[in-house]
Design a protein around this ligand. Structure first.
Ligand code: AQP
Length: 333
């Protein structure tokens, strides 16, 4: 059975973007793959996180993932910092990856902004830790949103260079699995910017914890243009906000943007936004309630995560110990 690895940062409340671009697609994989899912708190601190918030957000994220359908009995669900094999392998990868490769990473450029000299060095080597997350499990399938594709290509370059430098065939090739219709959900305030849990504007995103009224309000306020919806896809050209809302409705109702336009073409946004809000509320409300129910017993969520870490460690430890041996480290015992 192919092994899947994917992760999500506890850098806030998971958004509709995280859900449609990643989490939702992880759920069926539990039946078809050996599935490993990780709340990547070490990635999260590559930008400032309030220490008091981070632990809570990590637990909240785990509860949200379970509420979305990840079953800790059918997958391995754990917290990155609980399994030290990730950072041990990341150090080796820091030494394998070339600076020129990292310089090409667009996410670093986006997140570091103009003041690059002042960005944390962790943000710069983030892709090396991500490569380690995956290769520590010899995972070969990585379901992610379209924005992570470049990092996966880098993870393959790192594996190839490691194998070449040490004359082995140790780290396998990763098969990026870029997700469906709404592979990239955009901000509700700016259709050219991706929806992000750390966007300063809460109005820019739907959080999985939002209640029905909040969802309806955010959709009502979502930026659009004055034209009605077109009936065909080419009518969405140059209209990023309209395209985004159409993509979201298609993804949430399991149809295609073409079908959405066939059905709603000619409608003004007042009507269309009502339909979209209703579909979102129907889909997301049960998730929010289930996450709340789980968080009523935080100790139980923590216990599930500890068990997940034990299972993750059992896979990653021997792989990373072997990588260390290949590099020439003296065995610790
Ligand atoms: N807007 C999005 N559309 C589609 N997929 C998305 N993902 C994130 N945003 C969108 C996918 O969610 C998975 C987990 O993401 P992450 O938490 O590891 O990091 P991220 O991509 O940086 O997500 P955010 O929400 O934008 O977090 P912050 O604000 O902290 O940077 C990934 O598979 C990603 O593709």
């Amino acid at each position: 059975m192919q092994r899947v690895f994917s992760g999500i940062q506890p850098s806030g409340v998971p958004t509709l973007g995280n859900y449609l671009g990643a989490i939702r697609n992880w759920v069926p994989m539990q039946d078809t793959h050996e599935s490993i899912f990780c709340v990547v708190d070490q990635h999260a601190i590559t930008v400032w996180q309030d220490p008091k918030e981070l632990a809570r957000q990590t637990r909240d994220m785990a509860a949200a993932l379970i509420a979305c359908g990840l079953d800790p009995d059918r997958c391995i669900l754990f917290v990155q910092s609980h399994v030290h094999a990730h950072t041990r392998l990341a150090w080796i990868f820091n030494c394998v990856a070339r600076i020129g490769w990292l310089n090409r990473m667009t996410q670093f450029k986006d997140k570091a902004g103009k003041d690059r000299e002042n960005a944390g060095s962790g943000l710069y080597v983030y892709p090396n830790l991500m490569a380690a997350d995956i290769h520590a499990y010899h995972a070969t399938r990585v379901p992610v949103g379209e924005d992570q594709k470049q990092h996966l290509e880098l993870a393959n370059d790192i594996a190839e260079k490691f194998n070449h430098d040490y004359g082995v065939d140790f780290f396998p090739h990763i098969d990026p699995h870029i997700m469906g219709v709404a592979a990239r959900v955009m901000s509700l305030r700016d259709g050219t910017k991706k929806m992000s849990k750390s966007d300063p504007s809460d109005q820019s995103r739907i959080n999985l914890s939002d209640d029905a009224d909040t969802i309806a309000l955010k959709i009502r306020r979502a930026k659009t243009d004055p034209e009605p919806l077109p009936s065909e896809m080419q009518g969405l050209e140059g209209r990023p906000e309209a395209r985004n809302l159409v993509g979201i409705l298609a993804a949430i109702t399991g149809t295609t943007p073409e079908d959405v336009l066939r059905q709603h073409g000619g409608q003004g946004f007042g009507t269309f936004k009502g339909v979209l809000a209703e579909a979102l509320v129907a889909h997301l409300s049960p998730i929010a309630s289930e996450a709340q129910r789980l968080l009523a017993d935080p100790g139980a969520v923590d216990a599930l995560l500890r068990r997940g870490a034990d299972r993750a460690r059992a896979i990653a430890e021997p792989i990373v110990a072997k990588a260390e041996e290949l590099v020439g480290f003296l065995p610790p015992r």
